[in-house]
Design a protein around this ligand. Structure first.
Ligand code: FES
Length: 296
């Protein structure tokens, strides 16, 4: 069976739906406020403070550490020199710590998914939890001097981790989980007319489309702001969100962006919203790219 076909089979496992919903609900209960919106812990685990999702970085720790264990176990088996192989056990332990941190950040990211992303995410998590369990068992075997059993359980764990990592890659690159959802298209460089000035009232959130790019227009305290309407987190429509003092909150998962520069005031978004310059000419609100362009 080709890998792509295998992914489709996993994605279409409808029995994963119920446990996915239950588990995501439990994670959200811990990481989001009862009144809605993420807690500080949620922002921390999602990497809002870092300006980048934490999960993909942390997954490299168990993958790298357990690959070292695999290589050193292989050398030990081939040479029969177990006494010099504490490095394999240390790498294994480091991988376990990395896997726990990776699981926590992954769960924080995954709670916001729906449908296929959620089912794939659960499969990814189950495989990695199985790998973590096998590596933990391997460490116990090693500490008790049962190196043969320790090496075998680690080898099986590596297989689980490898398949889990493959699915994780598909979640990021195929399903766009953890990447910015801001449209790739830019609006034209020159001023673009949008609404008539009197069509945008104080406190309104209005969506306009410029060269196929959805743009949010807001008038607050007499100033007209323009931001990309598609939320960087998972693509929610900011124009259907809530206007606060100098900020707009996404209706899907509560990311809050500053109107003046698109900066993140709270997550789970980890990428800022692009902003545009505005002016009023001949009774029309005009918009053009902000200069310099925000880093996204
Ligand atoms: S789509 Fe998740 S916060 Fe906007």
């Amino acid at each position: 069976m080709e890998l792509l076909e295998a992914m489709n089979v996993i994605e279409n496992q409808s029995w994963l739906e119920a446990p996915s919903e239950t588990l995501a609900g439990a994670v959200s209960k811990v990481l989001t406020r009862p009144t809605g919106g993420p807690t500080k812990l949620d922002d921390f685990l999602n990497g809002v403070w870092f300006g980048h999702p934490l999960h993909p970085m942390l997954t490299d720790i168990p993958i790298g550490a357990w690959t070292v264990t695999l290589a050193m176990d292989g050398i030990e088996t081939l040479t029969g020199r177990a006494e010099r192989n504490t490095g394999a056990d240390i790498a294994l332990g480091a991988g376990i710590l990395g896997a726990v941190a990776s699981a926590m950040t992954g769960a924080a990211q995954w709670q916001y998914t729906i449908g296929r992303q959620r089912r794939l995410g659960l499969s990814h998590a189950l495989l990695n939890v199985a790998a973590l369990g096998l590596y933990s068992a391997s460490l116990v075997y090693r500490l008790n001097g049962k190196r043969g059993a320790g090496k075998l359980t680690a080898l099986i764990g590596y297989g689980f981790m490898a398949v889990g990592a493959y699915i994780g890659g598909d979640l990021a690159y195929g399903q766009r989980l953890g990447v910015t959802h801001i449209p790739e298209q830019e609006i034209p460089e020159d001023w673009q007319p949008t609404l008539a000035d009197d069509e945008l009232r104080e406190g309104d959130l209005q969506r306009v489309t410029i060269a196929d790019v959805p743009v949010l227009l807001v008038r607050q305290q007499g100033h007209i702001y323009a931001l990309a309407d598609t939320c960087a987190h998972l693509g929610g429509p900011l124009s259907e969100g809530t206007l606060g003092e100098c900020s707009v909150t996404c209706p899907w998962h509560g990311s809050r962006f500053r109107l003046s520069d698109g900066a993140i005031l709270n997550g789970p978004a980890t990428f800022p919203q692009p902003i545009y310059e505005t002016r009023v000419r001949d009774g029309k609100i005009e918009v053009r790219p902000s200069s310099p362009h925000p880093q996204v």
